[in-house]
Write a protein that binds this ligand. Sequence first.
Ligand code: UDP
Length: 467
Amino acid sequence: MEERKGRRIIMFPLPFPGHFNPMIELAGIFHHRGLSVTILHTSYNSPDPSRHPHFTFRTIYHKKEGEEDQDPLSQTKASGMDLVALIRVLKKSYEEPFRKSLAAEVVGGETVCCLVSDAIWGKNTEVAAKEVGVGRVVLRTGGAASFCAFAAFPLLRDKHYFPIQDSRLDEPVIELPPLKVKDLPVMETNEPEELYRIVNNMVKGANSSSGVIWNTFEDLERLSLMDFSSRFQVPIFPIGPFHKHSDNLLSMTKNEEDHVTTDWLDKQDPQSVVYVSFGSLAAIEEKEFLEIAWGLRNSEQPFLWVVRPGFVRGTEWIESLSCGFVENIGHKGKIVKWVNQLEVLGHPAIGAFWTHCGWNSTLESICEGVPMICTPCFTDQRVNARYIVDVWRVGMELERSKMDKRGIEKVVRSAMIKKDDGIRERCLKLKERVNVCLSQDGSSSKYLDKLLSHVLTFDPYASASAS
Ligand code: UDP
């Protein structure tokens, strides 16, 4: 831990685990290097500050307290989530309150050296940062390859890839190899035009920033990072994987359920369990849920399955499983509401990760050398899955549209039993490359040094005027 430098970083995460977690991990990295950190966070999905005692937390309210019943955000949540609409509402609701909060933070106290905002906030944070004379660096919590695909949206629209036609799903996107049409990072929404607006605004906001921090590493995404740098005149800092910079970055507070999960894993054979989780946002239909349940059961492989409350549309939790199902699986399978995923993936009992390919899950699996079964649901998950399967070749594909119990049984058995397809060896090699990039002379360590001198010395007006 370095001495405090009397400098403070202000961070503004997007309030979803896949965005908040890496921002907090990055905060840990800054703190470890002697900077103070203030997290400005939305009242929506507000975090528990006591879990992160090293940072100062400030809540931004989008309206006066005590008016929750008229809260447009709680209505969005209740009405079943259209993520695009939710992000639109979040951006609009917090733009002005964020400006005020940032201005209040910059007055007095330690010198604020810069704002780190999630790239999805887009250009919304730019005006606020300029007003108070603070530089703005963005954090992209997804990978570089998917960002390049997002940046190509205007071109892809001109070339009539959008809206995606079912008849073209398996065609290659010649402008973005190795992607196929079905891999383009879109999602089902009632507001497709808004999706394009959010994406374009994210790309423009990154382009007009003073730098982009990536939770990725050069050896993994070299070509995509080069592609980004050839198109955008913005310094890049691929310093990931964040959570591997120090074992002490995150206080691994464990709850009762975590202990029960670990005890169960401790009783399993090495590499015998398939871990199943579709992250914090994806939702599936009840019919799909039942296919997954029976596919896992019939595979006869031990499984640990995270079913978040709300994951299965129209149900509370797992009540749509027949009474006999849970008894039937006995000790072979375990269904839980949430796990400490970093710990689960690092457990020797885990043999494969059936994932929706969110970027954090992808990186976390790569870091632990765990092969993946890839069932992407929306946006960047589709790009990540293509890279996992065809570029890094550390996983196999299980398309959501083709996901029935027989197909699931087959893929799970093949991932767990067939060990001569080279996937496991490639996983271990990739894991080694993570360690190299994080070593003292590794690319992520060097980029981190550059990032620290960048945020401590840069002139916010220099790059802002270039935009
Ligand atoms: N996660 C977790 N426990 C779970 C499921 C997910 O800790 O039971 C964490 C996971 O480690 C990852 C994040 O939630 O850091 C999910 O992010 P990701 O980008 O994979 O997917 P998203 O939730 O954004 O779709």
